[in-house]
Every structure is written in structure tokens, then in C-alpha cells.
Design a protein around this ligand. Structure first.
Ligand code: DP6
Length: 347
């Protein structure tokens, strides 16, 4: 067997402790289900309003701080998973990927945690409706959809919080993509990582809008995982980040519950800029922005001065995500021609 087949022992133990609770594997289950011919799963992308940046444990993918997100319906991943015989095969948007492609390698490493005698390899067929690795959180919807497909294939019937724990192992932000609407990912405190999962924050807000300003959808040169590593290792400012992020998370949760848009928007924008400040202040510096990103930020600030209440957030890429209420949709769309507007709670 190739070396990549052997998962890290701590990761393996973590996954096994979750699977021990699965319906189909439980010794008391009267109805031990067998593997299906195919599993399917789909999940939306999500945008963090208060960000995850930095890991306290890179092996179990445990974050330094909790985060809050909004899922974007209509944008995401749909995955079909089948048992395979000789090796994994990974298809992304109708193209088979070379096993050495970073996307396929990362996926196979994650799948190492779930291989069985009956299913030694997998065929993964994914349709992504977001550009891969462009700061639009395709790994979040991708790993959430994959975990749902695994749950279906093996008929585990795991509860959402357990699925969230598994999705977190693929990509931290994937823990939040299992839920529509707002979600909270708890940082957790335990060394075993079993308390670091996401939950739905059930607070529908029909007027809430997210606008996608696409500056550049090319693959980013430094992925989130490497970017976090660089920031936490080489940035003195980062020391202040986890506490601020936890405070921002609490304020945003309150603002969502109170439907206080001004508080939410201001805190989300400040949170994103603070995260980027830690990246910029690491050495070598990490700057995901392009000149057009800064122009777009200035446009948002100008709009606000003119009385149009709009805020932005940004992830590990040059694109902006605008936050505004439906009453401002016309004014915001006029200022950003081609803006893709998503209304997460509209039917
Ligand atoms: C800036 O979830 O992609 O988008 O856990 O290493 O896969 P890994 O990182 P990832 O990081 C997302 C970072 C972020 C903020 C966020 O979504 O909370």
C-alpha cells in the first residue's frame, strides 16, 4: 500500500470515536446496514462574518477561535461517491484530476480516514458551482458535501454535530457548511477535539443580502492552511487575534438575534480587516488583496458616507463579499455592476 494510505493515528482515533456512535455500526443496532452502491451529498458555500484564522492543533484541525457564518444557497458542491477497486479517482466539474493534483491529493488523504476492507478506494464525482480556491470557500462546501456522501454511502446516519466534526477534519470552514442560514462553529477546549463542531443559529432574516464582488477567480498562490501557518508563526500582532475574534463572534451572534444590521455589518467588516492585518504584518508578508480589492473597499466606504448602509468582508483571496439589507439592493447593485446578489433566506 502507498504511504498515503496510512492516516495519522490521532486523526484515525478521532474519526473512529465518532463512527463508534453511528447507527449502522452500533453493536446494538438490529439492522446493521451494508454499504450502498453510491452515496450522495450536497452543501452550500458559507461566508464567515467572524473569521476562523489559525489552528491550535493542526493534526485535528482545531481552531484558535470560534466563528460565525452565513451559507449561500445555490452556490456549492454536489458530490457522488462510489466504491472503487484499484485507486481513487477524482472528478471535478466533469474533468478527471491527476492523482498528483493538490485538490485530488488532499481529498485522498482525507479519504484515508474512511477506507474499509469493503471500500478500499473511492470514486468521487463533484460538481462545484464556485471557482475552486478563489476565496469563495469551495473547500467548505466540498468537504461538507463529501461527508454527507460518506454518511449516505456507509449508511451511518450520524447526527449533524457529528458530521460537522468529520467535515472539520477536511477543512475547518466545512464544519459550518452543513447548515443553511447562519451557523456557529465553537472553538472547543478539549484536546480530543470532540467539542469543536458547528451548529445552526436558527434566526431567519429575510432582508439579509450578500453580494459577491469578483475581483479575480484565479487560484490563490497561498491557500488558507498555509496562510494560517505563516501568520501564526511569524506575526506578533496575531497574539491579539483569538480574543478579538471570540468577542466579535459574540457581538455578531447577538446582532443576528436582535436583527441589528449596523452592529453586525460594522463588526464583520472590522473583523475581516483585523484578520487581514495579521496576515499583512507577518514576514514574509501575506497580502491577498489586489489593487481592485482596495478600490472596491473604498467604494463601499463612499457608499456608506452617502447613506447606503453596506459593509464588506473578505477571506483568503482578493474578492469582496458585501453585506446589506434588501432595501439597499438597488443602490448597491448600481454601484457594483455585475454584482451577484444572494438572499440566503428568500424562498
Ligand atoms: C479566511 O477552512 O479553508 O475563509 O481548515 O485549513 O482548510 P482549513 O482552512 P479553511 O479556512 C478558511 C479561512 C477563512 C475564514 C473562515 O472561513 O472562517
Amino acid at each position: 500500500m502507498p504511504a498515503a494510505q496510512t492516516p495519522d493515528p490521532r486523526q484515525h482515533a478521532f474519526v473512529q470515536s465518532i463512527l463508534a456512535t453511528a447507527h449502522s455500526l452500533s453493536a446494538n443496532s438490529p439492522n446493521r446496514a451494508s454499504t450502498k452502491a453510491q452515496g450522495v451529498g450536497s452543501a452550500p458555500v458559507n461566508i464567515a462574518l467572524s473569521k476562523y484564522w489559525g489552528k491550535r492543533d493542526a493534526v485535528l484541525n482545531l481552531p484558535q477561535n470560534g466563528s460565525v457564518s452565513i451559507s449561500l444557497p445555490g452556490l456549492g458542491s454536489e458530490t457522488q461517491l462510489k466504491p472503487a477497486v484499484a485507486q481513487d479517482s477524482v472528478w471535478l466539474n466533469d474533468q478527471q484530476l491527476d492523482a498528483s493534483a493538490p485538490f485530488a491529493k488532499r481529498l485522498s488523504e482525507f479519504l484515508n480516514l474512511f477506507r474499509t476492507a469493503e471500500v478500499p478506494f473511492f470514486e468521487v464525482v463533484t460538481q462545484n458551482s464556485v471557482p475552486t480556491a478563489a476565496g469563495l470557500a469551495s473547500s467548505a462546501s466540498g468537504y461538507a458535501a463529501l461527508v454527507l456522501a460518506l454518511d449516505d454511502l456507509f449508511d451511518w446516519q450520524l447526527p449533524m454535530t457529528q458530521l460537522s466534526l468529520l467535515a472539520r477534519m477536511g477543512s475547518g470552514s466545512a464544519s459550518r457548511s452543513l447548515y443553511p442560514g447562519f451557523a456557529i462553529w465553537h472553538a472547543g477546549q478539549q484536546g480530543d477535539g470532540l467539542d469543536s463542531f458547528a451548529e445552526a443559529l436558527d434566526a431567519p432574516w429575510p432582508e439579509f443580502c450578500v453580494g459577491l464582488v469578483e475581483i479575480d477567480v484565479a487560484e490563490k498562490p497561498v491557500g488558507s492552511t498555509a496562510g494560517m501557518q505563516q501568520t501564526t508563526a511569524a506575526c506578533a500582532l496575531y497574539q491579539a487575534w483569538p480574543a478579538q475574534a471570540e468577542r466579535d463572534k459574540a457581538v455578531i451572534i447577538d446582532a443576528i438575534r436582535a436583527q441589528d444590521f449596523s452592529r453586525l455589518g460594522a463588526t464583520a467588516e472590522h473583523n475581516a480587516l483585523s484578520m487581514h492585518a495579521t496576515m499583512i504584518a507577518s514576514w514574509p508578508p501575506l497580502l491577498y488583496w489586489q489593487a481592485e480589492s482596495v478600490i472596491a473597499m473604498q467604494q463601499v466606504w463612499t457608499l456608506r458616507q452617502q447613506g447606503v448602509e453596506v459593509y464588506f468582508t473578505m477571506d483568503a483571496g482578493p474578492n469582496l463579499k458585501l453585506l446589506f439589507l434588501a432595501a439597499q439592493k438597488k443602490a448597491v447593485s448600481a454601484a457594483f455592476p455585475g454584482l451577484k446578489v444572494i438572499e440566503p433566506f428568500s424562498s
